[in-house]
Write a protein that binds this ligand. Structure first.
Ligand code: ASP
Ligand code: MG
Length: 460
């Protein structure tokens, strides 16, 4: 069996959904379980409804619900579903959802209280609607599709807004709910992003979490393949907005892809690969707008290649915090104190460099940053540098080609570099520069490593 995940842009309107159904049909022989996102923009619109309600703007919230969510789904039904009975069934379902969401808006607006728990419930409607439509469309195309409720399969903890899957319970649930259908030749259709805790309360896995849903389900079910269908050709050697000639990477290792997912490449949700790595389930990235393109295959072991660098990614909006303290000299426990503070403010650190008396850390900008910096100032002299960017150069062979760092930095002459970290995994070389130099740096590095590629098997 395989797991196929189709993202929001692959479901944005009737035409896209129809293509999505074709893609699913083309995979029937491989026994797919299908995981879907909400149609593009719907999750944002649902959040907007809830926020407006919390501000007491009930009428505005209801207008967003009607114009940006419900009407849009009615239109898709009208344009995609042929059978009148099926149309009617879906319209009635969405009318019921409309009423439920209105009640939620009403509740949120009179209490002015929008908890993460309620927000998760509100957001779940996006995936529930997209999956209902696709299931009907598939049936009309003679596919034995069955709509399932992911809350019966994806078991999570109760960290609303960013719930974590409980693997053993999820595995048991998937074996019970999904496996028998697959065995009977049925195509189960599931909501990505949505789950439930052990008491059955609706949760979500965090924004962009449908990829993660697919990976978790594919892993616990030991799928032969996890296909992530999105709107780009796969992982590229650089952001095509900066490097128009960026190449598609045909194969990457899990380690390479994880580094890229984490440092900026927006193709995959950063947690997606973690479960797949553990059970060695390959992950394919494919483009639903160009299904004929092979995409990118991510797996544990890849054929050796002759070039040291696979991709160059970046992340803007980085702040560097330097802490200098003579107390650090020869003492222990200092680092722990510093990291405890980051832990307390739930701020994750991307890069760290240290010297005998100072430590530099890079973090993403967040509202908690000011309070965190004030706390750090109790332990040493703190300086903060803003509007920075991380550049991350990734490749399995980076560790064995000793001349690579020299090639990288000689191309960056004239661009001041703040922090350099040659990751512990040694397949990435990461450094920080001013945000304004991102394009120049990425272009220079891409030119250095990809202008004369003689590996047509690796890149395209
Ligand atoms: N619909 C959710 C979101 O927009 C999950 C996903 O699309 O992956 O964040
Ligand atoms: Mg996504």
């Amino acid at each position: 069996m395989i797991v196929m995940k189709l993202g929001g842009t692959s479901l944005e309107d009737a035409a896209a959904m129809s293509t999505a159904c074709e893609i699913i049909r083309s995979r029937i022989k491989r026994k797919p379980a299908v995981v879907l996102s909400a149609a593009a923009g719907i999750t944002n619109a649902l959040i907007r409804c809830a926020e407006l309600a919390a501000e007491g703007k009930r009428a505005e919230a209801e207008a967003v619900l009607r114009d940006r969510i419900i009407e849009r789904h009615y239109a898709v039904v009208a344009n995609l579903i042929k059978g009148l009975r099926e149309q009617d069934m879906l319209i009635r379902l969405f009318k019921a959802y409309d009423e439920e969401i209105r009640s939620l808006i009403y509740g949120i607006s009179i209490t002015g209280d929008l908890s993460l728990r309620v927000l998760d419930f509100v957001m779940s409607y996006g995936e529930r609607m997209s999956t209902a439509i696709v299931t009907e469309a598939l049936r009309e195309a003679n596919v034995r599709a069955e709509l399932l409720d992911s809350r019966h399969c994806m078991v999570t903890n109760s960290s609303f807004g960013r719930a974590e899957p409980m693997f053993d319970a999820t595995q048991a649930a998937c074996e019970k709910v999904i496996r028998p259908r697959i065995d009977k030749g049925i195509v189960p259709i599931l909501q990505g992003f949505v789950g439930a805790d052990s008491r059955g309360v609706t949760t979500t896995l965090g924004r962009g979490g449908s990829d993660f849903s697919a990976a978790v389900i594919g892993t616990v079910m030991q799928a032969d393949d996890i296909e992530i269908w999105t709107d780009v050709d796969g992982m590229l050697t650089a952001d095509p907005n900066i490097v128009p000639g960026a190449l598609r990477i045909r194969e990457m290792s899990f380690r390479e892809a994880s580094e890229l997912a984490y440092f900026g490449a927006k193709v995959l949700h950063p947690s997606t690969l973690l479960p797949a790595i553990e059970k060695d389930v390959p992950v394919h990235i494919l483009n639903s707008r160009r299904p004929q393109v092979e995409g990118t295959l991510i797996k544990a072991r890849i054929d050796p290649v002759n070039i040291p660098v696979k991709s160059i990614s970046y992340k803007r909006g980085i702040t560097i915090i330097n802490i200098t303290s003579t107390r650090m000299l020869g003492s222990y426990g200092f680092m722990k104190k510093i990291f405890d503070i980051f832990n307390e403010y739930q701020t994750s650190v991307d890069l760290v460099t240290t010297s005998e008396v100072s430590i530099s850390l890079s973090v993403e900008h967040s509202p908690e940053l000011e309070a965190l910096i004030a706390e750090l100032a109790k332990y040493g002299e703190v300086t903060v540098l803003r509007e920075k960017a991380i550049i991350c150069v990734v490749g399995e062979r980076l560790k064995s080609e000793i001349g690579t760092p020299a090639r990288i930095f000689s191309r960056l002459r004239g661009i001041p570099v703040e922090m350099i970290s040659h990751g512990a995994s040694e397949i990435n070389l990461t450094f920080v520069i001013d945000e304004e130099h991102v394009s120049d740096a990425v272009l220079e590095l891409h030119d250095e490593f990809f202008s004369s590629i003689a590996e047509p098997g690796v890149f395209e």
